[in-house]
Design a protein around this ligand. Structure first.
Ligand code: MG
Length: 332
C-alpha cells in the first residue's frame, strides 16, 4: 500500500512512507517513536479518527479513510525533555521585551516539561522568609520594575522613582494578604531596591519573602520563542495554603504569568517617573480592588482584565445595599 502520512509535531514535519496494509495505529506510533523520540504512550494523535472517534491502538490505518499526504497533528514530549530540567539559572536578558503574549500561545505539548521544571524549582529553590506567613491570609505577588518602581529613569534618590502611593498600597494590602516580591533579577538587587524604597523594615506592613530570577522557568512560545516567566506553581508547591483560589499577581508584563494567566493582573507600567509622579494613581486604585476581592472564597471567578469594572460595580453594590438598609450604617 502506498500511503504517506506526514506527522506534524513541535513545529517540524516527519513524513512516514512505509505504512503497510495491516498496520495498526500502534505500529504507526512505533514508527513515530523512531522518528521523533516520543514514546507511543506519550503520543496524542489529535486528528486521527475512526468512525468519528479518536482512533484506538488496534485500529487498522488503512481502514481510517485517510487521504494521500494526510497531515497528522501530534502532541507529546520526549522523556529526556521531561527529565531534563536545567539546574543552572537561565540567563536573564538585560532588556526584557514587553510582549503581550496570549495564554493560548503556549504550546500545550510542552506542558509536561514545564510542570517538571516547576517541580524542580519547588524542590531546589530556597525561600528565605523575612516574616512569618499568617493564617487565613491571601497571597499577593508583586513585580518590582515598572510595577512599583521606574528602574530606568535617572534620579537623585530611589524615592523619586518610586510609584506613588507604594507604602499606602502595601499597608492596605497587608491587612488581607501576605505579600511576596518576585523580580526577574538577582536577590542582591531585590534586597537593595526594597531597602532603597523603604519597604524593608517598614513599620506598617511586612513582606513575607522575596523571590528572584532563579525561581523562573523558560517556556517556548511559537510566536516569540523562548521567554522566561514566573510560575506561581513554585510558591504554591511550597506553601500549600496558597493556590489559584487565593493568589493574585501584579506584573507589567503579561507573559510573566503565562503559566497561570487567570491569577495575573497586568498593571500599567510606571515609566518616566518625573512626568508621571504626580498623576499615577494605579496603586491607590488597585488597593481598593484588592480590598474588594479579599472577601471572595475563590479568585478563579474573577477576570482581572476587568478589574476597573469590578471595582466600580462593587462600589455601586455597596451603595445600593447601604440605601436599602433601614438602620443607619454603623460605619462608613
Ligand atoms: Mg516589570
Amino acid at each position: 500500500m502506498e500511503n504517506k502520512i506526514t506527522v506534524k509535531w513541535s513545529g517540524e514535519e516527519y513524513p512516514i512512507t512505509d505504512i503497510e496494509e495491516n498496520d495498526t495505529v500502534l505500529s504507526l506510533k512505533n514508527k513515530i517513536h523512531k522518528l521523533t523520540g516520543v514514546r507511543p504512550e506519550r503520543q496524542k494523535l489529535l486528528n486521527l479518527k475512526f468512525k468519528g472517534k479518536a482512533a484506538q491502538d488496534n485500529d487498522i490505518i488503512s481502514q481510517l479513510g485517510l487521504k494521500q499526504g494526510f497531515k497528522l497533528m501530534m502532541m507529546g514530549s520526549r522523556e529526556e525533555d521531561i527529565a531534563e530540567v536545567s539546574q543552572a539559572p537561565e540567563n536573564m536578558p538585560e532588556v526584557i521585551n514587553d510582549l503581550d503574549i496570549e495564554e493560548e500561545e503556549v504550546e500545550i505539548e510542552k506542558a509536561e516539561i514545564y510542570l517538571a521544571k516547576i517541580q524542580k524549582r519547588i524542590e531546589t529553590y530556597k525561600i528565605e522568609e523575612l516574616s512569618p506567613l499568617r493564617e487565613g491570609k491571601k497571597l499577593l505577588v508583586l513585580d518590582i520594575d515598572y510595577t512599583l518602581f521606574d528602574h530606568r529613569s535617572v534620579a537623585e534618590s530611589g524615592i523619586e522613582l518610586m510609584r506613588p502611593y507604594l507604602h499606602e498600597f502595601l499597608t492596605s494590602a497587608y491587612k488581607n494578604y501576605d505579600i511576596v516580591i518576585w523580580s526577574a533579577t538577582s536577590m542582591k538587587w531585590i534586597n537593595e531596591k526594597m531597602r532603597l524604597l523603604g519597604v524593608t523594615n517598614n513599620p506598617n506592613y511586612k513582606i513575607a519573602f522575596h523571590v528572584d530570577s532563579l525561581a523562573m522557568i523558560s517556556v517556548h512560545t511559537p510566536k516569540y520563542g523562548v521567554v522566561d516567566v514566573k510560575p506561581l506553581g513554585v510558591i504554591w508547591g511550597k506553601y500549600k495554603q496558597f493556590s489559584a483560589k487565593n493568589t493574585i499577581m501584579f506584573d507589567d508584563i503579561r507573559r510573566n504569568f503565562i503559566m497561570n494567566p487567570q491569577s495575573g493582573l497586568r498593571i500599567k507600567a510606571f515609566k518616566q517617573a518625573h512626568l508621571n509622579r504626580n498623576t499615577d494613581r494605579e496603586l491607590l486604585k488597585l488597593s481598593k480592588y484588592l480590598e474588594a476581592i479579599a472577601e471572595l472564597d475563590d479568585f478563579q471567578v474573577l477576570n482581572h482584565r476587568k478589574w476597573e469594572e469590578y471595582r466600580s460595580m462593587h462600589k455601586k453594590c455597596k451603595k445600593s445595599k447601604r440605601t436599602e438598609r433601614t438602620d443607619p450604617p454603623s460605619q462608613t
